[in-house]
Write a protein that binds this ligand. Structure first.
Ligand code: NDP
Length: 288
């Protein structure tokens, strides 16, 4: 079998086009433009790239953005003060604090300080609780939302009843991916670093979502022939003396037996940013 490639770039372009059309309509009505505030603390190079991409996409869709770059030694109190101001500002509809934060700042405290209505990352405990409770109107984390949109696009109604195995149980990817697919009436199993006979569990999956952070860990012997495989992992490796990005899935091997697979790069990654802007628009609409 030669798997169909699930094209994250093409699908994210569709999501962004929908956001752009909605923003134009809002502007045509003379209403305030949706606005995303992005906070970056410190100079982590990967975070700088992520923030730059997010701001660039904002501009492309017509969403207004405000950027706050704070020094690496910024205190927790200063950041919390800035968040309180942005929570109270009706012109700001979405707030994103780029993670990770420097060691002197408690990440959980910062996430909890964002107004849940403006929490476009979907990490606030209230939003996570509402997702767990099955609330379909809540803001949900962007990467698992991107995965869900890809599954809906690939499988349509036949997503229902499928056995999903999620590899990884982080709060930002694994757990919400499991909850979102459960909400779609899938049968869901979560596996992690302590799971016994993990390959055998994964081989039962109709849909395998892999979010681990280990280059090419999932080989063909982990995958049932005909399964749909979403690879969330982003790993920098060196091949033939050159730096390269690879996923958590051995793409060449798994593509030969899966029915559909996401590439890295060009799969889940672009969907994550598109979903951030989709969430910003959703936050705007819910605040109005
Ligand atoms: P975390 O490190 O928070 O979680 C990794 C999970 O993988 C943990 O639950 C861990 O298990 C599990 N794990 C680790 N080793 C193994 C193993 N040998 N076998 C089975 N499970 C294992 O990572 P994230 O969820 O934040 O991210 C995962 C990957 O996705 C990373 O590569 C990250 O860069 C990428 N990512 C990509 C995004 C995108 O836009 N495409 C967005 C976010 C993340 P345990 O809990 O037992 O320790």
């Amino acid at each position: 079998m030669n798997a169909k490639v699930i094209d994250g770039k093409a699908l994210s372009a569709e999501v962004l086009a929908e956001v752009t059309a909605s923003v134009s309509e809002i502007q045509a009505q003379g209403l305030a433009t949706p606005c995303l505030a992005v906070v970056l603390v410190g100079e982590d190079p990967a975070s700088q790239v992520y923030v730059r991409n997010k701001l660039r996409q904002c501009e492309a869709t017509g969403i207004r953005s405000v950027e706050h770059r704070l020094a690496a030694d910024t205190s927790e109190a200063t950041l919390l003060e800035l968040l309180a101001k942005m929570n109270a500002d009706p012109a700001i509809h979405g707030i994103l604090v780029q993670l990770p934060l420097p060691a002197q700042i408690d990440e959980q405290k910062v996430i909890a300080a964002i107004d849940p209505a403006k929490d476009v990352d979907g990490f606030h405990p209230e939003n996570m609780g509402r997702l767990l409770a099955g609330d379909e109107s809540v803001l949900v984390p962007c990467t698992p939302l991107g995965c869900l949109l890809m599954l809906k696009h690939t499988l349509g109604d036949s997503l229902k009843g499928k056995h999903v195995v999620v590899v990884g149980r982080s709060n930002i990817v694994g757990k919400p991916a499991a909850l979102l697919t459960l909400q779609q009436h899938c049968t869901v199993t979560i596996v992690h670093s302590r799971t016994q006979d993990i390959e055998a569990v994964c081989r039962q999956a109709d849909i395998l979502i892999v979010a681990v952070g280990r280059a090419e860990m999932v080989g063909a012997d982990w995958v049932k022939p005909g399964a749909v495989v979403l690879d969330v992992g982003i790993n920098r490796v060196e091949r033939d003396g050159k730096a390269k990005l690879v996923g958590d899935v051995d793409y060449a091997a798994v593509a030969s037996i899966a029915s559909a697979i996401t590439p890295v790069p060009g799969g889940v990654g672009p969907m994550t940013i598109a979903c951030l802007l989709r969430n910003t628009l959703q936050a705007y609409q819910q605040q109005r």
